[in-house]
Design a binder for this molecule. Structure first.
Ligand code: FAD
Length: 376
C-alpha cells in the first residue's frame, strides 16, 4: 500500500471508530466520542465518528449529540456484521483519503481485532489498552503531577523526547498512557514519526459526556461507498450464534460484591454469600483474576487490569488482597468496603471501610444488617 504517512502536517482531525452491533452503538463509542471531543479541542481540530454498518444512519445524531462534528457513514449490507477484512479495507481506504491525525478505537473484542490490523496496514503505531490520553502538554503535565511520583523538574522535561536519536518537540503529539510491566508502572507512549496516532481504550475507562440535542441536530453526515471487492474477502459470516448465557453488566452496576481467593476453603458457600449480598443490595457479583482462573466465575465477572474497570457506588471486596492489577479496575469506586482476615492486606489502603475478619463470618452479618436497614 503506497501511503506517505510521514508527512505529518498533512494529517488533521480526530477520528473515533464507532462500533455498532445489530444496529446499536456500543457504550464505549460514546465514551470515546466524549474523549475525542476533548482531544480535538486541544488540537484545535474537528472530531469525526466513523460508522460502518447496514442501515445505521439513524445512529449519527446520537454521535453528534455527544460531540462529533461529523460522521463518516459507510452503509452497506456487506458491513452489517463485522468481518476483519471488509472493515479493514474500508477503514484503511478512508484513512488514506481523509488523513486523520488521531484515531481512537474501543478495546472491545472487535476493536482489538480491527485496530492492530489497520495500524499494520497503514504502517503506523497503535498503543493498546490506554487508560489516559492527552495532547495539550500542560494538561498532561497536570495529570503527571496528580498521578505520578515524578518531581516538577522531571515533569517539565516532558515537552521533548528522544526520537531516533534526536531530541524532538513532542508538545503536539498525542500522549497515550497505559499500564506496563504487569501494571507495576504506567508508560506514556507517543507515535512521533507516523500518522495517524492510533489508540485502543478499554470500555468503562473513560467517562461519557452529556448529550446535547442542538449538537445532535447539527451533526454533518458524510456518506461514503464501501468499495468492497467481495472476491478478495477471506471471511464470510455464515451465522451468528448468540451465547445463551447472560453476561454480567459490571460496568453499569451501582453495587458490586467481588470475591477472591479468600473463598477457596468453601467455594460454593463463598459464592452463595456473595450472590446473596449482591441480591440484597440490588447489585452483581464480580471477582479477582484468581476467582476467574480457578473457574469459580466466568471471565465477564473479572475486575481489574485485564478485566473490567468499574465505578460503582459501592464495591465490596471479600477475600481479595488488593493486588495492583485488581485495584486498577476498582479504585475509583465511590465507596469501598473490604473484608480480609489479614490486617496488612493492601486492599485496606484504598478501602473506606475495612473489616479484619473471616469473610464466612462477616458476610452473613453484612447481609443481615443490609436487610434490616432496607426493612427499617
Ligand atoms: P490473593 O492475592 O491470594 O488474596 C487472597 C486474600 O484473601 C488474602 O489477602 C487473604 O488474606 C484473604 N483471605 C483468605 N481467606 C480469607 C477468609 N476466610 N476471609 C477473609 N479473607 C481471606 N488480578 C485481578 O484481580 N484482576 C486483573 O485484571 C488482573 N490482571 C492481571 C494482569 C497481569 C499482567 C498480572 C501479572 C496479574 C493480574 N492479576 C489480576 C492478578 C493479580 O496480580 C493478583 O494475583 C490477584 O488479583 C490476586 O487475587 P486475590 O486477591 O483473589 O488473591
Amino acid at each position: 500500500m503506497a501511503f506517505d504517512n510521514m508527512d505529518l502536517a498533512a494529517f488533521k482531525g480526530v477520528w473515533v471508530f464507532c462500533e455498532q452491533r445489530e444496529g446499536k452503538l456500543m457504550p464505549t463509542d460514546l465514551e470515546l466520542i466524549s474523549e475525542g471531543r476533548k482531544l480535538a479541542d486541544e488540537l484545535g481540530s474537528d472530531l469525526t465518528g466513523v460508522l460502518l454498518g447496514d442501515k445505521v444512519d439513524g445512529l449519527c445524531a446520537e454521535l453528534g449529540g455527544y460531540g462529533a462534528d461529523k460522521v463518516i457513514l459507510v452503509d452497506d449490507p456487506a458491513l452489517g456484521v463485522y468481518t476483519t477484512d471488509a472493515y479493514t479495507d474500508v477503514i484503511c481506504e478512508l484513512v488514506q483519503k481523509y488523513k486523520p491525525e488521531v484515531f481512537l478505537i474501543g478495546a472491545t473484542n472487535i476493536g482489538r481485532d480491527l485496530g492492530p490490523r489497520c495500524a499494520a496496514r497503514l504502517h503506523t503505531g497503535l498503543c493498546a489498552d490506554c487508560t489516559h490520553l492527552d495532547v495539550d502538554t500542560s494538561i498532561y503535565q497536570d495529570f503527571l503531577k496528580n498521578n505520578s511520583v515524578l518531581d516538577d523538574a522531571r515533569i517539565a522535561t516532558t515537552t521533548t523526547a528522544m526520537v531516533m536519536g534526536e531530541k524532538k518537540d513532542v508538545t503536539k503529539e498525542m500522549k497515550m498512557t497505559r499500564p506496563a510491566f504487569g501494571g507495576n508502572l504506567m508508560a506514556t507512549i507517543i507515535c512521533p514519526r507516523f500518522r495517524p496516532s492510533m489508540a485502543t481504550v478499554r470500555p468503562g475507562v473513560l467517562k461519557k459526556g452529556t448529550f446535547d440535542q442542538a449538537k445532535a441536530d447539527a451533526v454533518q453526515v458524510v456518506k461514503e461507498a464501501a468499495n468492497i471487492d467481495a472476491a478478495s474477502l477471506k471471511t464470510k459470516v455464515v451465522e451468528v450464534v448468540k451465547e445463551a448465557r447472560k453476561l454480567v453488566d459490571l460496568v453499569g452496576a451501582d453495587y458490586i460484591v467481588s470475591i477472591g481467593r479468600g473463598i477457596a476453603s468453601d467455594v460454593e458457600k463463598g459464592k452463595a454469600l456473595a450472590e446473596e449480598l449482591a441480591d440484597v443490595l440490588g447489585g452483581v457479583v464480580g471477582g479477582s483474576r484468581v476467582a476467574i482462573d480457578s473457574g469459580w466465575l466466568t471471565a465477564d465477572h473479572q475486575v481489574g487490569q485485564t478485566g473490567k474497570t468499574v465505578h460503582p457506588k459501592v464495591y465490596i471486596a471479600l477475600g481479595i488482597s488488593g493486588a495492583i492489577q485488581h485495584k486498577a479496575g476498582m479504585q475509583d469506586s465511590e465507596l469501598i468496603i473490604a473484608v480480609n482476615k489479614d490486617a496488612s492486606a493492601p486492599i485496606f489502603e484504598i478501602a473506606d471501610y475495612g473489616i479484619t475478619g473471616d469473610l464466612f463470618e462477616v458476610a452473613p452479618l453484612l447481609i443481615e444488617s443490609f436487610k434490616a436497614a432496607k426493612e427499617a
